[in-house]
Design a protein around this ligand. Structure first.
Ligand SMILES: Cc1cc2nc3c(=O)[nH]c(=O)nc-3n(C[C@H](O)[C@H](O)[C@H](O)COP(=O)(O)OP(=O)(O)OC[C@H]3O[C@@H](n4cnc5c(N)ncnc54)[C@H](O)[C@@H]3O)c2cc1C
Length: 280
């Protein structure tokens, strides 16, 4: 984990109320793993006092980017940052997704990425890592399901397409892709495989990864349980310190010895097995 004053390379609007911020730091970028996050201090004043957590969208040898939605004071201040400014950043933090890249090769498996809203950025980072140096044919084993309010809010669709992965979209108003919840599309995708005599064996090699609003993650968890496919989810619960000191981001998890216990999303997560999280 590094604490650095990072130069702002770019801070560009990519959708209504959504910005992509690129910051220069080779140390943070090189250490970043998909599903991990950074804490960014949005202002040099004491208001807001606490940094804000954001998942990595990309990470190269020199810089990294995050994609954020302006929802309050911190993200509003962040949206004012310009190329040439600098911001305090702490990271990479947390535990990321399990890398199943070799799993695809070994078992002819399929990977389904399911993202809603600002849950999409860490899945794009994961898709980049999985497809890096691989053929377009390999990328077709990865399907990404993107959910949004409407077409204008569908994040990263073109970027995923450039990687060669299969993309499916669902919007609340039907302005792009199917009308309805993205998890319905995932459920139907798996049902088709489960009900096909020729394809049923494929189920063995499927893995799900999700990030998005809590109801979406709960639905994904139910789907993974029903079809008995492994599923990892990133829980972007509000947090303060980001490294396990304030105990503000506790989530209830199943524990073999204790039955149920609290885990800190910032240090044990934000990625957990879907079967670990105990719903309220
Ligand atoms: C591990 C992690 C990764 C994240 N990655 C991203 C990302 O890639 N892109 C992105 O846009 N956001 C991401 N978030 C959420 C982001 O941190 C918050 O939106 C941000 O802290 C809001 O700061 P603010 O000062 O603008 O809003 P505040 O003034 O702090 O809050 C504005 C409103 O948003 C609510 N809120 C704040 N944080 C969260 C949260 N985590 N979940 C739900 N509601 C919240 C508050 O309750 C309040 O109603 C992530 C959060 C975590 C924990």
């Amino acid at each position: 984990m590094y604490r650095e004053r990072c130069l702002v390379k770019d801070n560009k609007k990519v959708a209504p109320g959504h910005y992509r911020l690129t910051l220069v730091s080779s140390r943070i970028a090189k250490a970043a793993r998909p599903g991990q996050f950074v804490q960014i201090l949005c202002s040099d004043s004491c208001d807001p006092l606490l940094p804000r957590p954001f998942s990595f969208l990309t990470a190269t040898a020199r810089d990294f980017s995050v994609l954020y939605h302006v929802v309050g004071k911190g993200t509003h201040l962040l949206s004012q940052a310009k190329a040439g400014d600098s911001l305090w950043v702490l990271g990479p933090l947390g535990n990321g997704f399990t890398d199943r890249g070799s799993w695809i090769v070994d078992r002819g498996s399929k990977i389904l990425l399911v993202g809603g809203g600002v849950g999409i950025p860490p899945l794009y980072h994961l898709a980049q890592a999985l497809t890096r140096g691989k053929s377009k044919g390999f990328a077709r084993n990865i399907s990404v399901f993107l959910g949004a309010r409407s077409k204008a809010f569908l994040l990263c669709e073109k970027d995923f397409k450039k990687l060669g992965v299969r993309t499916y979209a669902a919007t609340d108003d039907g302005s792009k892709g199917r009308r309805g919840l993205v998890t319905e599309a995932v459920g139907e995708f798996l049902e088709r495989i489960a009900h096909s005599a020729e394809r049923r064996a494929e189920m063995e090699g499927i893995a799900l990864y999700g990030c998005g609003p809590t109801p979406m993650l709960k639905a994904l968890s139910v789907i993974s349980k029903k079809h008995e496919v492994p599923c990892e989810i990133s829980v972007e619960v509000p947090m303060a310190c980001g490294f396990g000191v304030c105990l503000g981001c506790a989530v209830k998890v199943a524990d073999a010895r204790q039955g149920v216990r609290y885990a800190m999303a910032c240090t044990e997560g934000p990625v957990f097995g879907a079967d670990q999280i105990v719903g309220e």
